[in-house]
Design a binder for this molecule. Structure first.
Ligand SMILES: CC(C)(COP(=O)(O)OP(=O)(O)OC[C@H]1O[C@@H](n2cnc3c(N)ncnc32)[C@H](O)[C@@H]1OP(=O)(O)O)[C@@H](O)C(=O)NCCC(=O)NCCS
Length: 162
C-alpha cells in the first residue's frame, strides 16, 4: 500500500475531488483546505493513489469545545490551544478496510499535540469508527449542531487527554 506523506498545495485539487465523492452534502471551498495547510502543515497528510489522492487527513491545534463551522476560514491558530482538532479524515471507498486510517491516526494521536485531548465532529455515521480510537460523544457546541454546517447526523466527539 502507498504510504501517507506530507500534504502539498498541488494535492488540493485531488482532495477536493475526493471530498466531493465522500462528502457530497458537506462541500468546502479549496481555499478553506489551503488555509489549513498554510496554517498547520504538520497536521496535513495525504495518501497518494496512482495519479490522484486516495485519502487525506487535515488537523490542527484549536480552542476546546469550539469546532469551526464547515467551510469557514480559521484566520489564525490559538496561541495557547486547548485541544487538537481533526477537521477531516477521508479515504476513497476502494481503500476502506485496508488499515490506511489507523496508519495515519495512531501516530497522530501519539504526538504531543494531542496530549491535551483531541476533538472532532463525526459525520457519515462514523462515530463507531472514532470510538475505536478512544473518542466519545461530548456535549454538543452550537456550531456542531447546525444542520447547515456539519449536517443533522453530526456528533461532536472528544478523546480525553493521554
Ligand atoms: C471514516 C473512514 C476514514 C474509516 O476508514 P475505514 O478504512 O473505513 O476504516 P477501517 O475499516 O480501516 O477501520 C479502522 C479501524 O476502525 C475499526 N472500525 C471500523 N469501523 C468500525 C465501527 N463501525 N465500529 C468499531 N470499530 C470500527 C476497524 O476495526 C479498524 O480497526 P483496526 O485499525 O484495529 O484494524 C472511512 O470510512 C471514510 O473515509 N469515510 C468517508 C469520509 C468520512 O466520513 N470521514 C469521517 C469524517 S468525521
Amino acid at each position: 500500500m502507498t504510504r501517507w506523506r506530507a500534504m502539498r498545495a498541488a494535492d488540493l485539487p485531488g482532495m477536493i475531488a475526493l471530498a466531493a465523492l465522500v462528502h457530497p452534502g458537506l462541500p468546502e471551498r479549496i481555499e478553506i483546505l489551503a488555509e489549513r495547510l498554510h496554517l498547520y502543515p504538520a497536521g496535513c497528510h495525504v495518501l497518494p493513489e496512482a495519479r490522484t489522492i486516495g485519502g487525506y487527513l487535515i488537523s490542527h491545534p484549536w480552542h476546546a469545545g469550539a469546532p469551526p463551522p464547515l467551510d469557514s476560514f480559521l484566520a489564525a491558530l490559538p496561541a495557547t490551544p486547548g485541544t487538537y482538532y481533526i477537521h477531516d479524515l477521508a479515504l476513497h471507498p476502494s481503500i476502506h478496510g485496508t488499515g490506511a486510517a489507523g496508519a495515519i491516526l495512531r501516530p497522530l494521536l501519539a504526538t504531543p499535540a494531542c496530549h491535551h485531548g483531541t476533538e472532532l465532529v463525526a459525520v457519515n455515521r462514523s462515530a463507531p469508527f472514532w470510538g475505536h480510537y478512544g473518542f466519545v460523544p461530548a456535549p454538543g457546541p452550537a456550531s456542531a449542531e447546525k444542520p447547515n454546517s456539519y449536517g443533522a447526523d453530526a456528533i461532536f466527539m472528544r478523546r480525553p487527554p493521554a
